[in-house]
Write a protein that binds this ligand. Structure first.
Ligand SMILES: NC(=O)c1ccc[n+]([C@@H]2O[C@H](COP(=O)([O-])OP(=O)(O)OC[C@H]3O[C@@H](n4cnc5c(N)ncnc54)[C@H](O)[C@@H]3O)[C@@H](O)[C@H]2O)c1
Length: 476
């Protein structure tokens, strides 16, 4: 594993680090700190998750993660625990990595953060640095501070802690709250931990700054030090900006379709300008996942709550929501009637190299297909167990397949909804032989249009003049 350097056992600090929340951020972070030599307590209140980790198996798929988990359960530097109170009591630095889902009104649901703040309050048995790693709206750190300060005086420690009543700020047990937003990308989480482009820390004291700089020093990257609210806003701004790039190119993609232009060339033509850059300019069925949709909403809510018109952010969201309709229109254009058709869906995860299906555009496509009475034959290299929880197998209507070839069997169309590398490398001749009709709708612009047409497919993609070309071809 290239990302992981070998280190001698023993930790750089005497006291362990506690990481609260063993999810997509917490687990890679905890294992990263263990690899850097720290003793890490990885706490989660979901008992099954901890039991699962203790068996030595990762709870979700992330490249290189299983190897690190095995290594640091064996080294003893990573200890999963369901005793969140005891983990907080034992640590000096506590990283908060719990979820911040979206509420109905678009605001961030901060109940997990609040609950953790109270856990920290009742275990404040000495100076602690509370590091907010979860993505939260600006001013959340202030609320965490207030909550810890308030509850530290009133709550008693839980069983398993040192048995002393938490002292609270007034009687000497000090704490700092810092903001340290996480920028990892699922599918590259371990790599991102060891090779960050930057680390952002929002702090209010030299002690907090020093502790975080010491922890992150081995990673050798620029550290941006700010106040708390600025640090919190950096994370939301980063995600909103990346979402904006995606929606921008998706809108251009629709114009390309209308005028017969090629969005991939537009992206290349503008991306070579270093002020624009190439990344996040892939047209397709839009962004999903646990972060972009909810973080965009949360920032929009924050802006409007403070009287700042959310114009751009709202437009970014609107374009994204329309992507599935644009895609379904292409499929209807290709097949006319969807009812009773068999559609092979390649890709269920919200992006490649993960089994995460949260807010996955692929699942929105599945939902639309089922609504229109089509039967779906589903395949994803990693995300099928998760998808089965949402769409259970129903033979003849919802079939999970062991390979893309099996999914293509008898299909009236194949659709690509996640850009797994595996799909690019398929033997498309073999795929075609298995299909009833050679219609291919590439929602991720993964394949080469002329190669696919030469191979005999009726091929449609996003913003690469496909409708135009298909019409021209059929007019001949
Ligand atoms: N997933 C990503 O790619 C990513 C990237 C950057 C930032 N973030 C942010 O990081 C945060 C966590 O995201 P995630 O994807 O890891 O979420 P997740 O749902 O995968 O994990 C959250 C974990 O916190 C645990 N938890 C909840 N309440 C708890 C409590 N009181 N004590 C202990 N554990 C508790 C849950 O059981 C769960 O295991 C969110 O704010 C998210 O926006 C996520």
């Amino acid at each position: 594993m290239a990302a992981v350097r070998d280190r001698k056992s023993g930790g750089p600090g005497k006291e362990p680090i506690a990481v609260l929340g063993m999810g997509h951020v917490g687990l890679p972070t905890a294992l990263g700190f263990a690899e850097l030599g720290w003793q890490v307590l990885g706490a989660d209140d979901m008992v099954e998750k901890i039991d699962h980790l203790k068996t030595g198996k990762a709870t979700f798929y992330e490249p290189d993660m299983q190897e690190l988990l095995t290594k640091h359960l064996a080294s003893g530097r990573f200890q999963p625990t369901k005793d969140v109170d005891a983990a907080v009591a034992a640590a000096r630095v506590v990283f908060v990595c719990v979820g911040t889902p979206q509420r109905e009104n678009g605001a961030a649901d901060l109940s997990q953060i609040e609950s953790v703040a109270r856990t920290i309050a009742r275990n404040l048995n000495g100076y602690k640095l509370v590091v907010e790693k979860s993505t939260v709206p600006a001013s959340t750190a202030e609320r965490i501070k207030r909550t810890i300060g308030r509850y530290a005086r009133t709550e008693t420690p839980a069983n398993g802690t040192n048995g002393r009543r938490a002292a609270g700020k007034e009687s000497g047990a000090r704490f700092d709250v810092a903001s340290n937003p996480e920028f990892l990308q699922e599918g590259k989480a371990i790599h991102n931990f060891f090779h960050p482009e930057r680390i952002v820390i929002g702090v209010e004291s030299d002690q907090a700054r020093q502790l975080l700089e010491d922890i992150y020093r081995p990673l050798k990257c620029p550290i941006v030090v700010t106040d708390l609210a600025t640090s919190e806003l950096i994370k939301h701004s980063a995600n909103a900006f990346l979402s904006t790039k995606i929606s921008f190119i998706n809108m251009i993609s629709d114009i390309c379709d209308a005028v017969g232009a090629d969005v991939a060339s537009v992206a290349r033509g503008i991306g070579l300008d270093p002020r624009i850059g190439h990344q996040f300019l892939s047209a397709g069925i839009g962004f999903g996942g646990y972060c972009f949709p909810k973080d965009l909403k949360a920032l929009l809510y924050l802006a409007e709550e403070h009287g700042v018109p959310g114009g751009i952010l709202r437009a970014v969201e609107d374009v994204n929501l329309r992507r599935i309709e644009v895609f379904m229109d292409k499929l209807r254009h290709a097949l006319w009637v969807l009812q009773g058709k068999k559609i092979a869906v390649l890709g269920l995860a919200f992006k490649p190299l993960t089994d995460d299906i949260r807010e996955s555009p692929a699942l929105r496509v599945v939902e639309e297909l089922l609504k229109e009475g089509a039967a779906v034959r589903l395949y994803d290299p990693e995300a099928m167990p998760a998808a089965q929880q949402v769409y259970p197998e129903a033979p003849g209507r919802v079939d999970y397949c062991r390979s893309a070839y099996e999914a293509a069997r008898g299909a009236h169309a194949v659709v690509i909804t996640t850009e797994w590398e595996e799909f690019r490398k398929l033997n498309w001749k073999k795929m075609q032989e298995a299909m009833e009709v050679p219609v291919l709708v590439d929602g991720r612009n993964l394949l080469d249009p002329s190669a696919m047409r030469e191979a005999g497919f009726e091929y449609f993609s996003m913003g690469r003049g496909s409708r135009q070309v298909a019409m021209t071809a059929s007019a001949k």
